[in-house]
Design a protein around this ligand. Sequence first.
Ligand SMILES: [Zn+2]
Ligand SMILES: [Zn+2]
Length: 220
Amino acid sequence: MASSLDSLMFGSDQTVAQSVREAGENSKPESPVPVIKTLKHAPDQTVCCTLNGVHSRVTAQESPNPGDHSARHLPNKLHSKYTSSMNPSLQVTVDHKIKLVPAPVYSPGPNEVLLHVKTTGICGSDIHFWRTGAIGSLVVEGDCILGHEASGTILETGPGVSNIAVGDRVAIEPGAPCGTCFLCVDGRYNLCEEVQFAGVYPHHGTLQRYKVHPAKWVHK
Ligand SMILES: [Zn+2]
Ligand SMILES: [Zn+2]
């Protein structure tokens, strides 16, 4: 199944949160299922949601930003014309909740692109991270934006990007391998042990509107 964050924010019969919840109904619950009861785009650019009956209001400034939203992007962020844009994101928490909160928008660094994520499929591993908090040695240790099976449009390109241009529609390869280990050098980068995989803590995923991603790992 696939859902769009734009339809999530601006109204649709089936939201991403609903899709995740419905997909989770097929797995064995190990904790109470959080229910998002209200979802409003408030005029002051905050997102209101109700999780397990507890109302919370989170501003962009309070939004957690672990993972690939790291400090390396911060010096450039004012250079992006999308920095002040609303970036709704669907995050899993260590206590098995799903929350919809704004996330920062960063500008692409060298060899990176800024994507407008258009569609993300809900994968079994997204559900597993939510319901159990781990897949093997991969453990959700903090808030993390889910999603890794996605496509989108290029909004901005960073320095050195030549394989892709603004406006290109791309499929997003979610794992960015190290490029230097013997497996990567041998062309078996899918086995790289240093891979930074979107949607696997601490690397934020694609269930957000704007995502910075290595230009090498998007495909026209
Ligand atoms: Zn998957
Ligand atoms: Zn590698």
